[in-house]
Design a protein around this ligand. Sequence first.
Ligand SMILES: Nc1nc2c(ncn2[C@@H]2O[C@H](COP(=O)(O)OP(=O)(O)O)[C@@H](OP(=O)(O)OP(=O)(O)O)[C@H]2O)c(=O)[nH]1
Ligand SMILES: [Mn+2]
Length: 179
Amino acid sequence: MSSESVVLLETVNFAAEKHRYQRRKDAEQTPYINHPIGVARILSHEGGITDIEVLQAALLHDTVEDTDTSIGELQAVFGQTVARIVQEVTDDKALSKEETKRQQVEYAPHASHQAKLVKLADKLYNLRDINRCTPTGWTAERVQEYFVWSAQVVRGLRGTNPALERHLEELFKQRGVEL
Ligand SMILES: Nc1nc2c(ncn2[C@@H]2O[C@H](COP(=O)(O)OP(=O)(O)O)[C@@H](OP(=O)(O)OP(=O)(O)O)[C@H]2O)c(=O)[nH]1
Ligand SMILES: [Mn+2]
């Protein structure tokens, strides 16, 4: 087996253990790990990304935000580049929800190319997920607001990956949201 396959298995296993008790917000309570795996899979399968550190960061991208994992831990286990990409896509927990959303819009254009890729795939996965099944308790208005805000973030990520951006543009268009 290639050394990159070994690394990816180590990474997906680490993420699965960290997200072990988490579920998605859909009615079926899908295991949370389906999301990071799906984000990495979008990058590889649809984005044509082969940069192993981007794929690793995708697998780990919600571990710091949503579990007890620290950036230092990621740095020790997976190295500085992977830890830095995850850091870039991690919301500051000290901020309010509204501030966090504003921060994402503001930071997007300044993110590294690698972090922009992860963010694009994260948004694409979540928007498709909403279309598949509305998260528990979300009104139609909240769904529309999520699309409008996501478009503001994605605007700052453009010029990064044409395939992913094309898919996102189509999803926004279906909701009458201009990119
Ligand atoms: N569509 C969808 N999202 C779900 C589901 N379960 C959990 N989520 C997560 O919820 C987040 C989107 O909802 P928000 O309104 O932004 O989050 P909040 O509940 O924490 O305020 C995403 O976080 P994120 O990945 O960190 O991305 P981002 O939205 O912060 O960019 C997404 O991964 C689900 O069943 N469907
Ligand atoms: Mn995510």
